[in-house]
Each structure stands twice: as C-alpha cells, then as structure tokens.
Ligand binder design. Structure first.
Ligand code: FA5
Length: 372
C-alpha cells in the first residue's frame, strides 16, 4: 500500500504496517523467555545460530522502524490528516512504534545475553586441569662430547678457536703444505662451492688462522664441522666433526705431544688408559704419527669394540711442519710445535656403543633422547 493509496484512510496504513511486522516477527517471538518456557527457545541455540538471529533481527528493525519503513511514512502523514482526527492518529502511530520497539528490544536483550554466555562458555578454561608441561630438550651427543673435550683442554691452558667451514685454497691446501697437484685437492676428494672455495676437509685449517691472529707462543683447540666426499657407511659421513689441537712454543718436542695426548685420553677414559703412537704421514706435520689408546671396554685384552686388537685408533698428530709455521708467519728457527686431530663422531660411537655413526644425524628423537 502506497502513501497516496492510503491517504483517505491513514489508519489502514498503520494497521497494514502492524500486520506486516507481526508476520515477520513471529519467528522471533518464541525466543523470549516466558512462563511456559522460562529459558526460551534460545537455550538450544548454538553461538553461530544466535548471532545469525541477531543479524536478522537488526534487519527487521531497519525494515519496520527505519526511515523507509511504513511506520515512518505514517508518521509523515500525521500533519496531513484532518485536524479533528490528527490527535487520535498521532497516538495510534506512536503506540505502534513503541510496541514494535519494545518487542524488538525484548528479543534483542534475550539474544545478547545468550550470545554473551555462549561466548564465555566457549572461552572457558578449566583451571583444575593439569597443565601441559613443555618437553625439555638436551644437548646433542656430539655437543656433549665436544664440551667434555673442551673442558679437559681448557684446564690444560688451551684456548678454544672457532674456524670457518668454507675456506680459500690458501688455508685449505697451500698453507698446510699441500701442493698444487696433491690428490687432496681433487674434486672427487673435496667439496667446492661454485665460486671456487672449498668446504674444509679437516680442522687443521684453523692452525693457520690461529697462528696468524694470535702469533706464537700458542695453545689452542678447534672443534668443528668438516666435509669430505666419503660415501656414507657405518663409520663414514660426508659431514662430521673433528677437534684440532695445536701447541707452538720454544722447544716444543714430540714428548710434549705424547704427554698431552696421553693426559687427555687418561682424563677421558680413565687413569689406566695407555696410549701408543704409530708412524704415519700428513703433509702438514713432520714427523707424523697416528695415535691409539688401550680399549676402554676390555682394557687391552680384546673385545668387540676394539675388534679384538686391544687398541682403538683415534686420530693423527705430529710436529708442525716448518713450512706451515712459515706460511702462518711464525719463525721455525725460534718456534716449534705439535698438532693433533681426531674425529668426534667416531669417538662418540665408541663411547656410546653405536653401530653406525649415521644415527647421529638422522634427527630421530627416539634415538637422541637416550642421551639425556
Ligand atoms: C686428519 O684429518 C688430520 N687433519 C689429523 C691431524 C691433525 C694430523 C693435526 C696431524 C696433525 P684423518 O684424515 O685421519 O686426519 O682424520 C682424523 C679423524 O677424522 C679420523 O681418525 C676419524 O676419526 C675421523 N674421520 C675421517 N673421515 C671421517 C668420515 N668420513 N666420517 C667420520 N669421521 C671421519
């Protein structure tokens, strides 16, 4: 019904508007608690549903009380009805407006309170439930062993050096007395970056950095990661950890080397540990030796760990080659030194009874948590 149609009977316009409201409001009527249903139909509504009802109610309010509503149109007609009918008509319009406003407000209040309690319920925390404790981690077995080695050498007056993992030819080869055509430089033995740097294949590179930076005399160890083109197997990884030792001073001899390594191994494996040196070759030491220690498991009688030999091989060592001292700026006429290097991964495998060093880097928590 338009304004012009109902001009003769403005009351008809108001009645039609009320009827339309009643029809649309019917679906909301049951939401208000009353004596029949004290909690109202709302008690069964989910939060989502109650929120969608709230939006629908807001639209209903706009349709029936907004500027474009029939009620607003009838308000505009008040001034146009005859003077004798104006009072009664005005009152009718107002009564209807108040009635509609009140009924919408009732539903709105019920919805708001239901939504609030539903939200509180959703966010409720049961403070009596036991908390979830974060799982504590621990150091990796390689790190634990590295720290033990560091402690022993720090107590002997050694500093700890941190080297680089990517090196130039000079530090990786030339300064370590490894000439141009040496097989250690071949691509099948070493990893190179695309711009010609080499991933260090031993921690011996740190000898040069340390002497250049600190000069002589010097006592240092350098634990760190090294890389080799070795095919992975139970005793080989292409990435593993070594620890380098270097002592440079006046009058350093092979006996200092033997005494230091023997003391380290006694502290590591017990006072009864015996050390032996076997002649060997490394380009950067002269003379060179590999060192073994008496098996910590059987004490030298022979067992599975030492492959029945009674001895466990641990690393390489020797007197620092004069060329190496010279390359690092130390005068070999004044100073001499010893150096040694050993693999931490294989040492960890021996100590923890691992059959395969690859287990150390599989990041399997079931394996790693045994070392807690
Ligand atoms: C060296 O690397 C020499 N730089 C040691 C040295 C230092 C000699 C100072 C003289 C003076 P060698 O290549 O033997 O030496 O390696 C030392 C240790 O690294 C080995 O005893 C072994 O424990 C470990 N190792 C070698 N290759 C691997 C590998 N692929 N995976 C795990 N550990 C390895």
């Amino acid at each position: 019904m338009t304004e012009s149609q109902s001009q003769e009977d403005p009351k008809a316009l108001v009645e039609a508007a009320c009827k339309a409201f009643e029809q649309e409001f019917e679906r909301f009527a049951g939401l208000v608690p009353d004596s029949v249903s004290p909690s109202g139909m709302l008690s069964g509504f989910s939060l989502d549903r109650a929120e969608s009802e709230q939006r629908a109610l807001a639209e209903l309010r706009t349709r029936h009380l907004g500027k474009k509503s029939a009620l607003a149109a009838s308000k505009r007609m008040i001034g146009r009805v005859s003077a004798e009918q104006r009072g009664a008509f005005g009152q009718l319009v107002q009564r209807n407006e108040s009635e509609i406003t009140a009924r919408i407000a009732q539903v709105e209040e019920a919805l708001t309170s239901h939504i609030e309690s539903a939200r509180t319920e959703r966010e409720r925390i049961d403070v009596t439930l036991p908390g979830r404790r974060p799982r504590r981690g621990h150091l990796h077995p390689i790190t634990m062993l590295r720290e033990r080695i560091e402690d022993i050498f720090v107590a002997l007056g050694y500093v700890i050096e941190d080297g680089r993992e990517v090196e130039t030819d000079f530090y990786n080869f030339d300064a370590l007395n490894i000439p141009q055509n040496h097989p250690a430089r071949a691509a099948q033995d070493t990893f190179y970056t695309s711009d010609g740097f080499a991933l260090r294949s031993q921690t011996s590179t740190v000898q040069i950095h340390a002497m250049q930076r600190r000069g002589a005399p010097l006592r240092m160890i350098a634990p760190g990661r090294v890389f080799r083109r070795d095919t992975p197997d139970p005793t080989h990884n292409p990435m593993f950890f070594q620890v380098e030792g270097l002592c440079v001073d006046r009058g350093i001899s092979m006996s200092h080397l033997k005494g230091t390594v023997a003391e380290f191994l006694r502290q590591m494996f017990g006072a009864q540990t015996v050390t032996r040196f076997r002649p060997s070759y490394f380009p950067f030491t002269e003379p060179s030796a590999e060192f073994d220690f008496s098996c910590f498991k059987c004490g030298g009688t022979g067992c599975r760990i030492c492959k029945n030999s009674g001895w466990i091989e641990l690393g390489g060592s020797g007197m620092v080659h004069p060329n190496v001292l010279r390359a690092a700026g130390v005068d070999p006429e004044i100073y001499s030194g010893f150096a040694f290097g050993l693999g931490i991964d294989r040492m960890a495998a021996l100590m923890y009874g691992l059959d395969d060093i690859r287990l150390l880097f599989e990041n399997d928590v079931r394996f790693l948590q045994q070392f807690d």
